[in-house]
Design a protein around this ligand. Structure first.
Ligand SMILES: [Zn+2]
Length: 255
């Protein structure tokens, strides 16, 4: 889970349209939110991901469902309020159901900063406060089969790439040809890209990268060789902004 910036509502959602759909829902209880333009705008906002678990939507068995953060059963007047709608996967939707978020708040990633409430350690989400604890419990964010396995897989890929790069530096005794250096820049660039907010499970990827000591050795080597460029610096900065690694682990690793 990472912070997502709420985009503007789709142009079709005029105040007249919202009023019309809300009235229709109040009378008929029809799925008035189930509009292509709403789903498309929500997917654009979240980079095609579930707002809570960060799985990619639009793939087999992971189609977008429109989530009412304040449940429509309790707050029917918010049934098509753009600021109440979130893109979500079937798994998360089935777990959150009609949980009353006004009385027992959970993290809303378009409003709250998830890193203030959660951190990741050993690929599990841990809470920093009551809202974080409730969010993990209700959304089962440490679901071993559906979430932990993909996180392990991604984390392992990151660690393996870092391992190869460190061995490569050791093998060449730090004296690499320009082609090799370019390849190293490219690989680190790709690693940092996989941690950006557009990528699936970006919070996990960032955790895997920044909690691995090899990353800091590689960076140190690249800085010494003058091949750690401004692009890499910018990509790293963006990852650190949404990284859910705990401050103590981050400090420990970056020394
Ligand atoms: Zn989900």
């Amino acid at each position: 889970m990472i912070k997502i910036t709420r985009t503007f509502p789709p142009h079709q959602m005029t105040s007249e349209k919202v009023k019309e759909l809300t009235e229709e829902y109040l009378k008929t209880k029809k799925n008035v939110w189930n509009q292509d333009y709403i789903k498309k705008a929500l997917l654009t906002m979240s980079h095609d991901k579930c707002i809570f678990c960060e799985c990619k939507l639009g793939e087999e068995s992971k189609y977008i469902e429109v989530e009412h953060f304040h449940p429509k059963s309790l707050y029917p007047y918010e049934v098509v309020d753009w600021f109440n709608l979130l893109p979500i996967c079937k798994r998360c939707n089935g777990l959150k159901r009609d949980h009353d978020t006004k009385h027992e708040p959970i993290i809303n990633p378009t409003i709250d900063e998830p890193r203030q409430h959660l951190f990741i350690k050993n690929y599990r989400f841990f809470s920093k406060d009551e809202i974080g604890k409730r969010t993990v419990r209700i959304l089962q964010l440490n679901d071993s089969e559906r979430l932990m396995l993909p996180r392990f897989k991604i984390g392992n890929q990151v660690s393996e790439t870092l391992d190869i790069l460190v061995k490569w530096i050791e093998k060449t005794n730090g004296t690499q040809a320009i082609d090799d250096q370019n390849e190293m820049i490219c690989k680190v660039h790709n690693l940092l890209n996989s941690c950006q907010s557009e990528s699936e499970y970006s919070a996990t990827c960032s955790y895997a990268l920044f909690s691995d000591e090899n990353y800091y050795d590689i960076k140190k080597h690249m800085v010494n060789k003058g091949i750690w460029d401004s692009d890499l610096e910018e990509l790293e900065k963006k990852c650190l902004e949404h990284c859910l690694i705990s401050d103590d682990v981050l400090k420990q690793c970056s020394v």
